[in-house]
Design a binder for this molecule. Structure first.
Ligand code: TRP
Length: 339
């Protein structure tokens, strides 16, 4: 059996937080380190452009997101790590797929639908498509091109992206039906879910709730945030419930089995909240001090990051080029001379 291809895109927006690390980055890196797979991980800057019109921020975020993954252990030699906009084959395939993708299918895409519903609800304009760009609308076609250009078998994504991977399958099937079996049908892979990390206010840690702990916060800031995590008002000595506690959800995501069991016992024995916070802080310091140093080093050396990405793009392009040649030929874009 040939090695499986696994591919995922990382949108270059936002500051990554502890929840992203435990829920997405760490599992993706573990997958990529599996010897039996060939991994393609890329910075989805074309996708970021859909939401971000600030050129300086686009540029900065691309560096920050690349530095984050490198600092957390992405090994560019073991995988193909590239920036989407450096691979013109993706964009070329995007157009060809656009000419096959049903508009009705795109009408059902979640991101587009929810923006439309928002417009209808707000009643500010008679046009339900007010301020919706073609970029937002075609987002799933671009994502299909990302995946299909590399014949990816497995696509690790969060629940919110499942629909997009299914659309990619659908579009690939249409292509194959019309032009012959050239495109591999990908399957989405959802992360195995344990308990998710909770944020400062006990809700799931999420940028949209504004309750996050950024991965590379400076040490004093990290301390301030951990001390701010909301607990209940139980006094030292009272037995406490780890399942109802954000601090424990964070500890459990990063500590060893043994340490987790130990802390659980201490909850039953009535450990004080202040002590739990100290434990969590010590764990996070341990976990993040070295990656934080590496993160800063990558940020200071954009040239090195650029070199890595250029190398990744060259490898990505040579991987996509043969398929693109077949696709162009299949749709009738062929040399007019010869044969
Ligand atoms: N849209 C994805 C997200 O927001 C990122 C992404 C872009 C992606 N292209 C992809 C993920 C291709 C998987 C495969 O998370």
């Amino acid at each position: 059996m040939s090695t499986e291809r696994i591919l995922t895109g990382i949108t270059t927006t936002g500051t990554p937080h502890l929840g992203n690390y435990a829920g997405a980055i760490r599992p993706a890196l573990a997958l990529a380190n599996d010897q039996a797979v060939e991994a393609f991980y890329f910075l989805a800057d074309y996708h970021a452009l859909v939401k971000c019109r600030d050129a300086a921020l686009m540029h900065r975020s691309t560096l920050e997101v690349a530095a984050t993954w490198l600092a957390l252990g992405l090994e560019p030699e073991r995988m193909i790590f590239y920036r989407q906009s450096d691979v013109p084959e993706i964009f070329e395939l995007h157009w060809i797929l656009s000419c096959l993708a049903a508009k009705g299918l795109m009408n059902r895409a979640h991101a587009y639908k929810s923006r439309r519903e928002e417009n209808l609800r707000s009643g500010e304009s008679a046009d339900p498509d007010q301020a919706i760009t073609m970029g937002l609308y075609s987002y799933p076609v671009l994502m299909a091109a990302d995946i299909l250009a590399f014949s990816a078998d497995r696509v690790p994504v969060g629940q919110d992206q499942l629909q997009h991977v299914e659309m990619a399958r659908d579009i690939a099937q249409r292509f194959n039906h019309h032009y012959g079996d050239l495109l591999a049908l990908p399957r989405a892979e959802l992360p195995v879910h344990g308990r998710s990390i909770e944020g400062l206010d006990r809700r799931k840690m999420s940028k949209s709730y504004g309750n996050v702990i950024p991965l590379f916060a400076a040490p004093q800031e990290l301390r301030r945030l951990v001390m701010k995590i909301r607990t209940n008002s139980q006094a030292p000595g009272e037995p406490k419930d780890p399942e109802q506690c954000a601090l424990f959800s964070i500890y459990a995501a990063f500590a060893t089995e043994h340490a987790i069991a130990e802390l659980r016992t201490q909850y039953a024995a009535g450990i004080a909240w202040k002590e739990v916070k100290d434990c969590v802080l010590a764990l996070l310091d341990d976990l993040l001090t070295e990656p934080r140093r590496r993160y800063r080093a990558w940020l200071d050396d954009g040239t090195a990051v650029e070199r890595l990405l250029q190398d990744g793009a060259a490898r990505a392009r040579s991987s996509a080029a043969p398929l693109l040649a077949q696709v162009r030929d299949a749709v009738g874009m062929r040399s007019l001379g010869g044969r």
